[in-house]
Design a protein around this ligand. Sequence first.
Ligand code: B12
Ligand code: SF4
Length: 466
Amino acid sequence: MKTEKNKKILFINPSFHVEQVPHYGLAILCAILKKNGFDTQVADYHYSDKVPEPAEIIKVFKPDVIAISAYSSEYTRANKIIDSIRRDWGNMPIVLGGPHASCYHDDLAEDTRIDYVVVGEAENIILDLISTAKREPRPAVLRGDKLPDVDRLPYPDYSTFHDVENLEIYPLMSSRGCPYNCIFCAVGVVNSRKWRPREVSSCISELKTVRTLFPKVKDVVVWDDNFTLDVNRGKKLIREYAKTGLPYRIRPANVRADRIDEELLSLLKSVGCDEVQFGVESGDEEVFNNTRKGETLDDIRRAAALVKKNNMKLFVSFIVGLPGDNIQKTLKSVKLAHELNADVCYWNMLVAYKGTSVYHYFKDKGVVLDSDIPLTRVGGDFTDIPNASSRDFTIEERKVAFKVAQILTGAMSTKGNRFFLLKNGIRYHFLDELWRLFLKKNFERYLPKFLARIVGLRRKSGPAYD
Ligand code: B12
Ligand code: SF4
């Protein structure tokens, strides 16, 4: 394999908001590059707000290659960074990878500011790519011909991330991929539908390195696409971790409701985890089934009841705007959120990513705006801007449904987040009480009619692409 030792690579993960967890995928790529003699730095704006601007880093570090990772929701910022690099460092090779490159490689192949667009997992191609990277007349679209063997990879190397000395939340990726095919999910495009678990012992050994490397770490989040696909393996990992006596609280970011049982919950509690989060997506049976999640609303109800019975916090998330959804059906989701007695309820506006089934659905039956993927969050709150719509649930209706759902579960979405509490707490709590007192009983009779009137009024001034 060709290598050009001592090449310097600056990785950039653009982001409009900070979530304090460093980018695992970039840390793995750094580990491989550093092991092979390359020099890396990572400007991860999703991890820390103390990272200097890219131009400042470039002036000091003087990289040979700029390697950008981007979520589609952050691509507007990546776009600006690419512009400024082309303007000020015209001959610098630019490589783009990550979820946006994986989903939108066709469109990016036309963008001559970029030299390489990498689709999917890059461990098997990163060394060759960086060794030979140069300014290209047109972007080359690259993808590894086979998936990396997750047990043969080095541990992620975060040492060259800016501000890593303040790392408090450590990400563990104990498996990759997911065999399910939920219509809204891009995992199959970005990673793979092949579920690849790591050896439990390797995950535990990785966690044992954390204390010396990052003494400020308090929590470990498990970022797997589907941590509990093999629930017995998930339980084994927690049991083995508990034996180490390490002080971290372990939190799986997401578990599937159909895998939750008493034993899993008590194991999670034994490692300090007092909350469980899962996606519900919709409270309407038909919309729920349209997602092809492979579970039932009864699985959701059963899992929620178990979480509450075990005195753990219940976090649920819903999507507004799935195929078949409308305002009335969104209200069924609101009703279910209350029925489940969730502590925190997140509302996501459907974004149809290229490569997903829902994208094809709206291409056929409605409209998808490819060029402008909405930002994830605006002022700390999830975005209410859809990129897909149909005649039976227009852009304006989606926005109204989203806002109403947020308001009617307002107190639920404030509990976990102090920022929300400060900003919207009084308003949301007030509305939530109002909802409980006056609306709940007559919910199905009055609210849909009332909303239909509001939307009827708004519809007249809705955007042309509705
Ligand atoms: C963990 C995770 C998160 C974490 C992020 C933690 C962090 N600091 O990175 C949290 C919970 C914060 C999060 C948030 C969101 N996420 Co998320 N997340 C994931 C998840 C489950 C795993 C990511 C991961 O670590 N994978 C493992 C590593 C090995 O893979 P990787 O990061 O993709 O990196 C590899 C390759 O992509 C490539 N690569 C990556 N970057 C680069 C750069 C270069 C130059 C090169 C050459 C290669 C390369 O090589 C890496 C190694 O193989 C994925 C699912 C998935 N399978 O992708 C969803 C996923 C990436 N998330 C998704 C979404 C939609 C979101 C949100 C918008 C959700 C929301 N409504 O808020 C936000 C946006 C976050 C933001 N940046 O603004 C979508 C992205 C779709 C898209 N086209 O953008 C995914 C695919 C899930 C889905 N349901 O479709 N997420
Ligand atoms: S189970 Fe989760 S990771 Fe798997 S396809 Fe569905 S949403 Fe994506």
